[in-house]
Design a protein around this ligand. Structure first.
Ligand code: SF4
Length: 317
């Protein structure tokens, strides 16, 4: 670890640490070869390094699923929780420790099925965090069951003749929630775009929801195959207040200027399924955040431990 800039710690000691990518490297990732989660992990670690986030002030929270192994692979604090329950845990962390940087990873089953109620209310609470939906359109960990985002007629182990219903649209669902403040979509096979989207989400003050289109070579290898091979199938939303990466202009020629402050247009673009669109659909930093309006009293570490013990004692038998 090399020394770099410094900051003053509360105790008056100068913090001269500089963090490299290796400093955020947790356990060796056990996802399948070719799984899109590997690229998302690299993008998150790159963001932590670029922003020089202190590992002890950063928390990764997840539920259950392939993507929910994320906290094991990043050397920060982490909470690998219950299926569909990542968001309430993350909100609890943010309420008690608003100074922490909170990142949430959820799969499509985790977020859009069993966790759907929490997803809606977390969007409304608008607590300051980055919420990533790693959408591979299938339950991967439990071996290929139809999820809420599985395309119509796509076969799975639970619906071998194809999914019966049209998929849920995570973008319009989030945009439709009162107090939604940041909604974006990106794809893990376009690393520059993935990184810039994560960065914009991190700098957003509020609940930043990103749907990340994610390849699963085991169960849904065909779903994003055409889009990976033919960039013309993708349309990029660009704007001075959104994301524009000039290096990608020659590859992704389908571009549309979209002002992320326009909610109605965001909804129209998200609803139209003719094109696979990536970019920031909506951003509004003027909305109330739960950790601000709720204003929990500041407590010392000792007071927190005392309160936690009192709470646990209530359940003693
Ligand atoms: Fe990734 Fe699919 Fe393997 Fe899960 S089953 S680790 S989503 S490739």
């Amino acid at each position: 670890m090399t020394h770099y800039g410094c900051s003053l710690l509360g105790c008056g000691v100068i913090d001269e640490r500089h963090f490299d990518m290796d400093d955020y490297q947790g356990a060796i990732a056990r996802w399948c070869p070719g799984c899109g989660d590997h690229s998302i992990l690299t993008a998150v670690q790159r963001l932590l390094e670029e922003e020089q986030l202190k590992p002890e002030e950063t928390v990764l929270v997840s539920g259950i699923g392939c993507s929910s192994r994320f906290p094991h692979y990043v050397k920060t604090y982490g909470f690998h929780g219950l299926h569909g329950r990542a968001l309430p845990v993350a909100i609890g962390i943010k309420l008690e420790r608003p100074e922490l940087h909170v990142f949430v990873t959820m799969g499509d089953g985790d977020c859009c099925s069993i966790g759907a109620g929490h997803w809606i209310h977390a969007t409304r609470y608008n607590a300051d965090m980055v919420a990533m939906l790693l959408d591979n359109n299938m339950y991967g960990l439990t071996k290929g069951q139809t999820s809420p985002t599985t395309p119509l007629r796509f076969p799975s182990n639970t619906q071998p003749h194809g999914s019966y219903l049209r998929p849920l649209n995570p973008l319009t669902a989030t945009l439709g929630v009162t107090n939604a403040s940041f909604v974006a979509q990106t794809a893990e096979w376009i690393p520059q775009h993935l990184f810039e989207t994560l960065k914009a989400a991190y700098h957003h003050k509020g609940f930043a929801f990103i749907r990340i289109l994610q390849r699963c070579p085991v169960y849904t290898s065909k779903i994003y195959e055409d889009a990976v091979r033919s960039p013309d199938l993708i349309e990029m939303l660009i704007h001075d207040d959104g994301i524009h990466i000039p290096d990608l202009d020659q590859i992704y020629k389908n571009q549309v200027i979209h002002d992320p402050s326009n909610l109605n247009e965001a909804y129209r673009l998200a609803q139209d399924s003719d094109r696979m669109r990536i970019g920031i659909f909506y951003r509004n930093e003027g909305l109330p955040r739960y950790e601000e309006v709720r204003r929990l009293p500041a407590r010392t570490a000792e007071e927190r431990v005392k309160l936690l013990n009192e709470e646990l004692d209530r359940y003693a038998v």
